[in-house]
Design a binder for this molecule. Sequence first.
Ligand code: NIG
Ligand code: FE
Length: 422
Amino acid sequence: MAILIHNANEVLTLQSTVQGPRRREQMSELGLLENVSILIEENRIMMVAPLEEIKEQFPSLVDNAEVIDALGKIVMPGFVDCHTHLVHGGTREHELNMRLAGKSYMDIMNAGGGIHYTTTKTREASFDELYDKTYEHLNDFLRHGITTVEAKSGYGMNWETELKQLEVANKLQQNHAVDVVSTFMGAHAVPKEYKGNEDAFVKLLIEDMIPKVAKLGLAEFNDVFCEKGVFTPAQSRLILAAGKAYGLTPKIHADEIEPYEGAELAAEMGAISAEHLLVASDEGIEAMAKAGTIAVLLPGTAFFLRAPYARGRLMVDRGVPVAISTDFNPGSSPTISLPFIQNLACMNMGMTMEEVLCATTINAAHAINRGDVVGTLEQGKQADLLILDVPNYKQLQYFYGMNHTDTVIKAGRVVVKGGNLL
Ligand code: NIG
Ligand code: FE
């Protein structure tokens, strides 16, 4: 059955004449329309136009459509969360007081906690336990208006558990309403078994795991944590090049804790995105602007690690296409609230209310190679839409820390109504 949404105060289509990721002032183009309705048929957007025009063009569809009244509310594309560590065992609330008392994230990890703790929990969890836990997380994402989520593996660091994580992500892509886009991140840390023998682990990734992931079609992207004490730029280069040779598009956790020329490496490797970038250098930012590398910024991580924020304002001004994401993971950003992350990007990275909406829709879609499918409201695109219970989009950042999601339509199906999952 067709769906007709009418009476909305504002419809943000995010449409623009720009093809590819948006930069500079293009990031402020919300394609804001008033007095328009939206017609959806099956999983596609059919038309965004004044009601009379839609009726004229599709009279019988309109006659038979389910009508949704968005009076006093706004309509926009579903949010895209383009960087998460979605599938993982356990939680790490015990680390919070340690960090508040002054222990650093890396100290905790080097002492066997952090990523290593979650790796143990993920190795121990059964497929079904991980699947059920992640299913609940996806429900939470959906209630907050997120309709597409990227999911990185990387809490296995052995084949058995990496495979389990990737298979959970792929099964959820089949079974859950949220679209799940899969990234292999075997290079998330050097597992304890390989301490002092790091190059052997790099070899295992390159010669064994990456070819298998590609052969089984379990991921589209290949990510590496390029960080002092984790993988060096030289090791990262080898890992990303190996993925590329097998058709996995490079992504990189770059310059998160210490400057390490990760942004430069992302530009050099033709990575689709460099992510984190809290301490990226001026040269790295320049190189990314030139190469068109998307900066995926994760202000929730700066907030939760009490670290300096990435220079989002500067990156936009220098012409880097910027996306924003939760980084949802049990250690450095245990939140699924992309709306709160938008608030942080405004208040602590100096991005405007318009830019953060672009950064969490169309630019985030481009960061996971879905820019042709989702991220805007236009004819032919997948019907992933939100009705948000605010009279204008500026209230999304003004009434902060809140979930304004009223209705979520995913691929043409109403999945959240009145804030509740159906
Ligand atoms: O993006 N930096 C590496 N990975 C994650 C954190 C993972 C964890 O602490 O479990 C991040 O911040
Ligand atoms: Fe991350």
